[in-house]
Design a protein around this ligand. Structure first.
Ligand SMILES: NC(=O)c1ccc[n+]([C@@H]2O[C@H](COP(=O)([O-])OP(=O)(O)OC[C@H]3O[C@@H](n4cnc5c(N)ncnc54)[C@H](OP(=O)(O)O)[C@@H]3O)[C@@H](O)[C@H]2O)c1
Length: 369
């Protein structure tokens, strides 16, 4: 019986906020597999913030998505047919097949690293934990939170760790690990429900709502000893508020700036080069606040000996298997909790992505096919 693939393609390079008509849901026949190939059926796939800037022409990290092609990204698939000796029908794999319901794969089964953002290969996954966790806590975002906290933050017991987008896939991993390391953990999240969850379920010492008018005052009160580590996931005005509380020798892993992902697209021109964006951001800040805050950042960085370190997790894949060994038992024993925001149906993926960029997801966003 011939099968039909459903796939979501990108049809426009969006400027500013994403729109539903930037995407198209298409159908295509599933080809027969040949020697060395497997047919994969998608169980679920990931939607991640980085996908927004891969929609731009001239991406900062890696290649732009191609117009008219399926949107790439991590997925969990089951092997439906196999002509590859390394995989049998029923195996579960972490793949990079993106927003589609079937894919034919020919390539290597990885023992190290993971397939992500165009990196080739499949990784067999254990059936001992819920498979979708390999998209979040046990996948690229969880590994990012782990690496940012442990390798860049280097937490010590008693230190104060502040984390933005605290209930998300990256932030919840970093925050729970910081608690296990004996730190005082203060989350920053959007809205009372997320903040309550961070304290009551994730065990954070406090969580401050960045939408509240008294955000700056509340954050200061929650960090009476200042901030030793700030895990930066969002940027925007939150960064400037947190900055004032850094202690000497504070470490700041800079992971993401989701607050700018939609608006930065407006500033980025075709053929964009990294150096071109900074004058534009500066100009925008001046326009919005009539103030250039870069001297504050420079002088504080020097005076307080701050360590601000940007990171791209694909530079560190050699540590992924060790991460899995350390974190999987913590998830199985309930010491690390996971929240997923599961949306059913591939046709709902574009709307779910738009919501993510508006901060409406609550937990790791996963599309169940
Ligand atoms: N450098 C790397 O290698 C790497 C790897 C993975 C992820 N990242 C980055 O890490 C960050 C978190 O990713 P994630 O997968 O864990 O996402 P997530 O936290 O599960 O979801 C995104 C969250 O960001 C917050 N947000 C969205 N728009 C915002 C805005 N305009 N202003 C302030 N906050 C906003 C919202 O949380 P609240 O409602 O709580 O504010 C939203 O729920 C992203 O910036 C992502 O690009 C980077």
């Amino acid at each position: 019986m011939s099968l039909t693939n459903q796939l979501v393609t990108l049809v426009n390079r969006p400027t500013g906020a994403l729109k539903l008509d930037d995407f198209k849901l298409e159908q295509a026949p599933v080809p027969e597999i040949r020697d060395g190939e497997v047919l994969l059926r998608t169980i679920c796939f990931s939607i991640d913030p980085y996908m927004r800037f891969r929609m731009n022409e001239g991406d900062l990290e890696g290649e732009s998505f191609k117009l008219g092609s399926v949107i790439e990204g991590a997925s969990i698939c089951s092997v439906e047919q196999s002509k590859n000796p390394d995989l049998k029908v029923g195996d579960l794999v972490l793949a990079d097949t993106g927003w589609q319901t079937y894919a034919v794969f020919k390539g290597d089964v990885l023992s190290q690293g993971f397939p992500f953002a165009g990196l080739p290969g499949l990784k067999k996954i254990s059936k001992d934990v819920k498979s979708s966790y390999y998209l979040g806590a046990l996948g690229m975002p969880g590994f990012t939170g782990f690496y940012a906290l442990m390798a860049v933050g280097e937490p010590k017991p008693g230190e104060t760790v502040v984390i933005s987008a605290a209930t998300g896939a990256v932030g919840s991993m970093a925050g729970q690990l910081a608690k296990l390391k004996g730190c005082r953990v203060v989350g920053i999240a959007g809205g009372e429900t997320k903040c309550r969850y961070a304290v009551q379920e994730l065990g954070f010492d406090a969580c401050i709502d960045h939408k509240s008018k008294s955000f700056a005052k509340n954050l200061k009160a929650a960090c009476p000893n200042g901030i030793d580590i700030y895990v930066e996931n969002v940027g925007g005005s939150i960064f400037w508020t947190v900055l004032e509380l850094f202690n000497e020798n504070a470490r700041i892993p800079i992971i993401g700036g989701i607050a700018w992902y939609n608006s930065a697209a407006v500033l980025i021109e075709p053929g964009f080069k990294l150096r071109q964006i900074f004058p534009k951001i500066k100009a925008l800040l001046k326009m919005l606040f009539n103030v250039d805050r870069s001297p504050l950042l420079f002088m504080l960085s020097i005076g307080k000996r701050l360590k601000l370190q940007g990171l791209v997790i694909t530079d560190h894949l050699e540590g992924y298997n060790d991460f899995l060994k350390e974190i999987t038992p913590l998830i199985q024993s309930g010491k690390i909790k996971i929240k997923e925001d599961v949306v059913k149906g591939i046709d709902h993926a574009p709307k779910a992505f738009i919501s993510l960029l508006e901060g409406k997801n609550f937990g790791k966003l996963v599309i169940e096919v």
